[in-house]
Ligand binder design. Structure first.
Ligand code: E4P
Length: 217
């Protein structure tokens, strides 16, 4: 399973990239807004910097909701860098645009997916990635991880090539369960990735080893 970081924060991206465990980046309009970037030129420059920092796919989201607008935005975003993947919402014009963009060689990430039915549509349209939002499903007391299992099963049975990009990740458990369920990618906030390192027995064991090492150093 690949690790993407779900942020537009350059310090977080650089830190995780330096660990050698990063395969890509996802952003969305909310994450871009959080960084205080304003204006199209600044936004495009920010995407360019992310692409030059990480050797992997970088999702950049359109904000148009009509077919023509999505295509126009997607073509502009795709020109920023060859590793840009255009993030398109799961709506009728979005699916139509994903099909058009796929036919024209522009890779897409179908976002805001909350059901297996929507995941089938994304795959049929030819999306490179489908992004089921598991944390937001849990938030409404449904089971986000069950959705990942269901999509993984359907894609295997049907031979769909779209990669499952588990999104809206909230915990280490989400990440481990996504790996078990066969997600191709997990996009995680910085804190969740750092959380993977943590185990109290590691801390206790290391403190003991360092203390004992003083006896023979
Ligand atoms: C990533 O592609 C999604 O936009 C993101 O994971 C959504 O996460 P959230 O539900 O924590 O906002």
């Amino acid at each position: 399973m690949k690790f993407f970081i779900d942020t537009a924060n350059l310090n977080q991206i650089r830190e995780i990239n330096d660990l050698g465990i990063l395969d890509g980046v996802t952003t969305n309009p909310s994450l871009m807004a959080k960084e205080g970037i304003k204006g199209k030129e600044a936004v495009f420059q920010h995407y360019r910097t992310i692409c030059e920092t990480v050797n992997g796919d970088v999702s950049a989201e359109v904000v148009s909701t009509d077919f023509d607008g999505i295509i126009r935005e997607a073509q502009e975003l795709a020109k920023i860098h060859p590793r840009i993947v255009v993030k398109v919402p799961m709506i009728k014009d979005g699916v139509k645009a994903i099909h058009w963009l796929t036919e024209h060689g522009i890779p897409t990430n179908c976002t805001l997916v909350f059901s297996a039915a929507q995941a089938i549509l994304a795959a049929k349209a030819g999306a490179r990635y489908v992004s089921p939002f598991i944390g937001r499903i849990d938030d409404i007391n449904w089971d986000g991880l069950e959705l990942i299992e269901q999509i993984a099963h359907i894609y295997t049975v049907q031979g769909f090539e779209t990669q499952i990009l588990a999104a809206s990740i909230r915990s280490s458990l989400h990440i481990v369960k996504c790996a078990e369920a066969g997600a191709d990618v997990c996009t995680c906030p910085y804190d969740t990735l750092i959380g993977l390192f943590k185990h109290p027995l590691t801390d206790i064991g290391l403190a003991k080893f360092l203390e004992d090492a003083k006896k023979w150093q």
